[in-house]
Design a protein around this ligand. Structure first.
Ligand SMILES: NC(=O)c1ccc[n+]([C@@H]2O[C@H](COP(=O)([O-])OP(=O)(O)OC[C@H]3O[C@@H](n4cnc5c(N)ncnc54)[C@H](OP(=O)(O)O)[C@@H]3O)[C@@H](O)[C@H]2O)c1
Length: 228
């Protein structure tokens, strides 16, 4: 990951595993398990390099737990660099309702919520970032607040609805996509960018930074070209 840019928001990197036909889950939106041990290690490295990890409520509801750093050497390296052992885990939700029995709420990690609703209580979260614009989350303000709270490097772990919102606002800087050897199909299966798509003429352009084939998978690293 690179240094944060001057706009006072986190430098933001999406990290996803995709099927060879470009899906992030099957059409039943199961918790994906198609990545290899290599992909898991890559994901853990990206999480370890981040100050915060952001994901959508549907991703949390599907998986039930946070992707936290477990490798002792990665934790030691964070602590040696003056960071807390774990990045903060940041969920986004409009409705802010979660099953309190989720493993997530028992994991030894800091938990934040980004939401558009400031009126209610959010048990289980250490910090609530409530910013609203036109009834939706005001992402620019939320990103500014994250930055001010020390999140300089942010890893976005999905899903497609969240990534779509951030991409439309120009808040994504890089992507790591792991292409996995499986075909999931399904017209309604989620893809890396859900929500509203882009007209091809206005679509974000990417610069390929790295390609790493490892066993049966290909790790693709892109930079999102700034919009002109
Ligand atoms: N292959 C991979 O690497 C990977 C990674 C992550 C997820 N996944 C899979 O992808 C699927 C989930 O993706 P998804 O696109 O359906 O959902 P998602 O983006 O994970 O979550 C959608 C939910 O998050 C909240 N949310 C997202 N964007 C928001 C915004 N701009 N403003 C306010 N709230 C927002 C809302 O929560 P509320 O409903 O609470 O308001 C929304 O219903 C799951 O099957 C998951 O397992 C795969």
């Amino acid at each position: 990951m690179h240094e944060p840019n001057i706009s006072q928001r986190p430098h933001t990197t999406v990290v996803l595993a995709i099927s060879a036909d470009g899906k992030i889950s099957d059409q039943w939106r199961s918790h994906p398990q198609f990545g290899s041990a290599n992909d898991y290690a890559h994901l853990e490295q990206q999480v370890a390099a981040a100050d915060g990890v952001l994901f959508g409520a549907a991703t949390l509801r599907a998986g039930g737990s946070a992707m936290r750093v477990l490798q002792p050497e990665l934790i030691a390296s964070r602590v040696g660099a003056g960071k807390p052992p774990q990045p903060v885990q940041i969920v986004c939700s409009r409705i802010g309702k979660f099953d309190p029995q989720l493993t997530f709420f028992r994991q030894p990690v800091p938990r934040w919520l980004v939401t558009s609703q400031s009126e209610q209580e959010y048990p289980g979260f250490d910090q609530v970032l409530a910013f609203t614009v036109n009834g939706e989350i005001d992402w620019r303000s939320a990103f500014r607040q994250m930055f001010d709270l020390g999140v300089k490097q942010l890893a976005v772990l999905g899903g497609g609805e969240l990534i779509s919102s951030l991409l439309h606002l120009g808040l994504i800087d890089e992507l790591w996509l792991t292409v996995c050897p499986i075909l999931l199909g399904g017209a309604t299966a989620p893809t890396p960018i859900g929500g509203e798509g882009f007209l091809e003429s206005a679509a974000p352009r990417l610069q390929l930074l790295e390609v790493k084939p490892v066993d049966q998978e290909v790790f693709l690293h892109y930079r999102v070209q700034p919009q002109t």
